[in-house]
Write a protein that binds this ligand. Structure first.
Ligand code: FES
Ligand SMILES: [Fe+2]
Length: 379
């Protein structure tokens, strides 16, 4: 059976009967090409947070996966709006911006055409005798940068390479109901880093949403105070997103006393969420950790990750730097525990097929993600 027939037979299987995806799915270039086209090419991809672009004129650039390589976009704040544009000058195609920063105007490095922060063209030098396609004089007001569909969700900026399609807000409405109470758009960014891990991108998404490995892999970090597996509640996912929650009845209040928007058990509840394909968050009353996961070939993944702290938690620290240092020490430790595991998984899918065995109820979100993969690649 070929890999796509195998995936097709996986799509729609009951959770009780589920196994991990066929191992070929983690090493096949054909699968990666289809994922790039159908998932990264048509679904919503997070490119950062509005908190990364606080001032009008603040921008960042992001590379979106495409079948032929990548597509660079500029994400730019103009007043209250955040909008993405192709990072391509409409004159003759020069790349406009790199990295991130602040600019009042975008000036092309090639022939100095100038654009406003809303993408509209102001003009270019020495265009006196130039004409439009219909022969009328060249009119800058008729031209602007190519826009890329953009939506802001809970402070996260998402873009979509397709201009049409299901709005993000509708696709993740059920997840919004869970997380909106945290007001995470206000969380203050304190750390960001980009890593490349030697694993397949799907193995990393699965690992982040896997509630079964915490007591074992993270016995010196998340589970240092004891195995909290029984505090975990799994919820069935959808074709767009998945989540589970961790909360300990007698556990500590993770919300700051000044936080009045989280009530009752939510004050000690941690949400692990994914918006498919490659966006995952660990959302707590006190801090937020999120990963933007994109493939780099079948055996490498780019992980752009950030940590942000709830504003009331940050404000109440007598030594904010020391507090941030503690959170970061924990998360770096967690990363160092996960990395050899998920890199080892990728190495093992190169070996001959093994007999895939049943999943635990704590791997429900792994199944949700795998169903998304199997269904979307075979329909
Ligand atoms: S390519 Fe940008 S001004 Fe010519
Ligand atoms: Fe982990």
């Amino acid at each position: 059976m070929g890999i796509f027939e195998e995936l097709a037979s996986t799509a729609g299987v009951d959770f009780a009967q589920a196994r991990m995806l066929p191992v070929e799915a983690y090493r096949s270039p054909e699968v990666l090409a289809l994922e790039t086209e159908r998932l990264f090419g048509t679904d919503w991809l997070c490119v950062g947070r509005t908190a990364d672009l606080p001032e009008s004129g603040d921008y960042l650039t992001a590379e979106l996966p495409t079948v032929t390589g990548s597509r660079s976009v500029i994400v730019l704040r103009s007043g209250d709006d955040v909008q993405a544009f192709d990072n391509v000058c409409i004159h003759r195609g020069a790349r406009l911006l790199d990295g991130c920063g602040h600019t009042e105007r975008i000036t092309c490095p090639y022939h100095a055409w100038v654009y406003r922060t809303d993408g509209s063209l102001i003009g270019g030098p020495y265009m006196n005798d130039s004409v439009e396609a219909d022969g009328s004089p060249f009119d800058p007001a008729q031209h602007q940068l190519n826009t890329v569909a953009t939506e802001v969700w809970e402070g996260f900026i998402f873009v979509n390479q397709r201009s049409t399609g299901e709005p993000l807000a509708a696709a993740v409405a059920g997840l919004t109901e869970v997380v909106s109470r945290y007001q995470m758009a206000d969380y203050v960014p304190v750390f960001e880093q980009v890593d490349v891990w030697d694993t397949n991108w799907k193995l990393l998404v699965e690992n982040f949403m896997d509630a079964l490995h915490i007591f074992k892999v993270h016995s010196d970090s998340f589970a240092a105070d004891g195995d909290n597996t029984l505090d975990t509640t799994m919820y069935p996912g959808t074709s767009r997103w998945a989540h589970h929650r961790v909360h300990h009845d007698g556990g500590p209040d993770l919300a700051d006393p000044a936080n009045t928007h989280l009530t009752d058990d939510w004050r000690k509840t941690i949400v692990l969420g994914a918006v498919f394909p490659g966006f995952v968050i660990q959302l707590q009353p006190d801090w937020l950790w999120f990963l933007r996961i994109t493939p780099v070939g079948t055996g490498q993944v780019r992980v752009a990750w950030q940590v942000a702290i709830a504003p009331d938690t940050l404000a109440s620290q007598t030594n904010a730097d020391a507090y941030v240092g503690q959170v970061m020490e924990l998360i770096h430790q967690v990363n160092s525990e996960d990395k050899p595991i998920v890199e080892g998984l990728r190495a093992n899918v190169e070996r001959p097929q093994f007999d895939r065995a049943p999943l635990s109820y704590l791997e429900r979100n792994v199944y949700d993600f795998d169903q998304y993969i199997a269904t979307r690649l075979t329909n």
